[in-house]
Design a protein around this ligand. Structure first.
Ligand SMILES: [Cu+2]
Length: 80
């Protein structure tokens, strides 16, 4: 298993955390997801044979777009 921490700026509450959690856990190969709106981080553990961090970022990005409407900025930070 591989664990990656992805910076996701703009989550404001437990509802944001839950939606990102559910979106990532729906991906084949996702094992566990911890989203923290305090700290702006999503920690994802996954099977690297079935999933990669790029797909995780894309799934977060797709889920984040509807959350941005009428709200603050939510974005998936690029890895330095
Ligand atoms: Cu929220």
């Amino acid at each position: 298993m591989v664990t990656e921490t992805i910076a996701v700026a703009g989550m404001t509450c437990g509802g944001c955390e839950q939606r990102l959690h559910d979106a990532v856990m729906a991906l084949p190969g996702a094992v566990s997801v911890t989203a923290e709106h305090i700290g702006d981080e999503v920690e994802v553990t996954f099977d690297p044979a079935r999933l990669d961090v790029k797909a995780v970022r894309e799934a977060i990005g797709r889920k984040v777009l509807p959350m941005q409407r009428g709200r603050g900025q939510i974005e998936v930070a690029q890895r330095p």
